[in-house]
Design a protein around this ligand. Structure first.
Ligand code: HEC
Length: 143
């Protein structure tokens, strides 16, 4: 009995991931920062907070930094636990990668237009970026 237990325990140790100790908490942490940053940008876009080119450009640059971060925290097997991540992330890796690269392209472009005075382009690109969040959540996150 004891041997079986030891074997089971060492097996668990082997299976435990070598990356972030808690990948689910790590990615949720980044997404919470997403919410803050993107939420602040949204308020400006809606006219709820006054527009400052500098402030908005800073937020856009920060968003583009954040857009590099969550994806490393989705190792195989991290669909178990307190997570809304869908199994399609791992069963459809190509679609998942496309959703990520579409999103990164959108945040990069938003960062760039945010440094210009073209408000129409800024608004359009903010909307396009939001679409990439929504599209990914629709396919890969449980509501
Ligand atoms: C490529 C896919 C993808 C993109 C793009 C994406 N998300 Fe998510 N998001 C997810 C997944 C998957 C989860 C679920 C994570 C979990 O529960 O483990 C999530 C969770 C979240 C959460 C909840 C975090 C929590 O504490 O549970 C927020 C808020 C969020 N995303 C905001 C955003 C915003 C804002 C954007 C766009 C600026 C965005 N996301 C873009 C895939 C994406």
């Amino acid at each position: 009995m004891k041997k079986v237990l030891i074997a089971a325990l060492s097996c668990l140790t082997l299976l435990s991931p070598a990356f972030a100790a808690d990948p689910i908490a790590a990615r949720k942490d980044v997404f919470e920062q997403y919410k803050k940053t993107f939420g602040a940008m949204g308020k400006t876009m809606k006219g709820e907070t006054p527009y400052s080119k500098n402030e908005f450009a800073k937020l856009a640059a920060h968003l583009d930094e954040l857009a590099q971060l969550p994806w490393q925290h989705f190792p195989q097997g991290s669909d178990k636990g307190k997570t809304e991540a869908r199994p399609e992330i791992w069963s459809k890796p190509d679609a998942w990668k496309t959703a990520i690269s579409d999103h990164k392209a959108a945040t990069a472009k938003l960062k760039q237009v945010a440094t210009t005075d073209d408000m129409a382009a800024i608004k359009a690109q903010f909307g396009a970026t939001q679409q990439t969040c929504k599209a990914c959540h629709k396919s890969f996150r449980n509501d």
